[in-house]
Design a protein around this ligand. Structure first.
Ligand code: SAJ
Length: 404
């Protein structure tokens, strides 16, 4: 089997490596020469458990090649990013369309083109099919949305169930064979629009459930109750499973996909919009908490506040849509002095007053706001002794920290 994977980012790279280390010959097409050069040298471009080992295995197999140009193949998987348009909240499929034009210019007649990137229902019909028709090429389109969670991507690539949306059963079977090279989960074949909708619905489900937890945190704060204790007890009910409140929802998936439904169905998607608004309100809510704690403790110097964590969640290095970056934006908008920021997982400069040394960060702060529950802080809670701590992630359980 031979596959061309277009996109070498968070989804494309693990997928390409997984295919190559399971007997498939892979041509991986990257957008930027610099990234392709790094990948050719065997450099892992982002942190993910097991990725360096998988990379080494794939390279040893001799079945992976990184390049910027497009090869002539029969099977393509497109994994490029799909952000949303800030004004209309609709999906921006331009990167898919761009990749598709290149694929169409090089693919063999009858090729299968699978889009893995998340898109809103109807995107293939509206934006992809016309490009294919215009090219005059005969190809089979499919949508097989990825489902893997950063932090546990490789295990989930192998064990998660997958959805394949396509126009005919025979194409579905061919695609299934490719994914079966490594995937041990159930593979469901359906139509394209159902596959598009299912993916967005999965992330929207999680967004709504996190919003519920965040709303409960606000209600419990106002009513003088401990939200962690309320959730812990409620979750003992056999049909209740409340998620955890936090400083907001980040990442390139859950904080974006629900907007596709709001953009396309503004009249109907009311609960979905409200959930998004609740989750987006959390960074400002954290700032309100910081201010009230500062008043209570007689603290007034914002430049001696320390924000711990810049990534969107624990033990990853991805800062996209991160609640901490959103909080920094809110602080700037309110004209407050920039706080110190530290994240052991982030080596690039992302904030004005970012420390790259934990001790330096500790020395410069009176109050620390825990925004991400990295393993690093979970195993060094003793270092916070003597500081005023606001814990937005439920990490400190001995009662010594302020909570959300
Ligand atoms: N979060 C909370 N409370 C929780 C759970 C999460 O505040 O109880 C926050 C996280 O801190 C983070 C955000 O939500 O900021 C999202 O994190 P996540 O771990 O829930 O999910 P992602 O964005 O890393 O990955 C999601 C997954 N989708 C679902 O679980 C339905 C993953 O399976 C998808 O493949 C991925 O989106 C994607 O690429 O679409």
């Amino acid at each position: 089997m031979r596959v061309c994977v277009v996109g070498t980012g968070y989804i494309g790279l693990p997928t390409a490596l997984m295919l190559a280390s399971h007997g498939v010959y892979v041509e991986a097409v990257g957008h930027r020469q610099e990234t392709v050069d790094r990948l050719r040298r065997g450099d892992v471009t982002f942190e993910e458990k097991g990725l360096p080992e998988l990379f080494a295995q794939a390279r040893e197999s001799g079945r992976i090649n990184f390049r910027c140009d497009y090869p002539e193949e029969d099977f393509y998987i497109i994994t490029v990013p799909t952000p949303y348009l800030p004004d209309s909240k609709k999906v921006d499929a331009s990167a898919i369309v761009d990749a598709l034009r290149h694929v169409l210019a090089h693919c063999r007649d009858g090729a299968i083109i699978v889009v893995e990137s998340t898109i809103s229902p109807g995107t293939i019909d509206r934006e992809v099919r016309p490009v294919v028709a215009e090219s005059g090429k005969h190809v089979h389109l499919a949508h097989a949305p990825e489902r893997i969670i950063p932090g546990n991507m490789l295990k989930e690539l192998i064990h998660n169930s997958r959805t394949i949306g396509c126009d005919d059963a025979a194409t579905g079977e061919t695609i299934k064979k490719v994914y079966l090279s490594f995937c041990q989960g159930d593979i469901v074949v359906t139509d394209i629009k159902t596959a598009e909708m299912t993916k967005v619905v999965e992330n929207t489900f999680r967004d709504i459930n996190i919003a519920f937890a965040n709303e409960l945190a606000k209600i419990c704060r106002r009513g003088g109750m401990d939200v962690a204790e309320v959730i812990r007890i409620a979750n003992k009910h056999p049909r209740v499973n409340i998620l955890q409140p936090g400083p907001g929802v980040g990442g390139h998936c859950i904080s974006i996909d629900p907007w596709f439904l709001v953009g396309d169905f503004p009249e109907e998607a009311r609960l979905i919009r409200t959930a998004r608004e609740i989750n987006s309100s959390m960074p400002a809510y954290v700032l309100d908490r910081i201010e009230s704690i500062m008043r209570e403790k007689g603290l007034s110097d914002y430049s001696r506040i320390g924000l711990y964590g810049l990534t969107y969640k624990e033990d990853v290095d991805d800062t996209r849509e991160s609640p901490t970056l959103q909080l920094l934006e809110v602080m700037e908008k309110r004209g407050l002095p920039a706080p110190l920021v530290y994240d052991p997982m982030v080596s690039a400069k992302k904030a004005a007053r970012q420390c790259f040394d934990y001790d330096e960060f500790l020395a410069g702060t009176d109050m620390i706001v825990l925004l991400v529950g990295h393993s690093h802080i979970r195993s060094s809670l003793a270092s916070l002794e003597g500081k005023t701590v606001l814990d937005t992630r439920g990490i400190v359980t001995d009662g010594s920290a302020y909570k959300l």
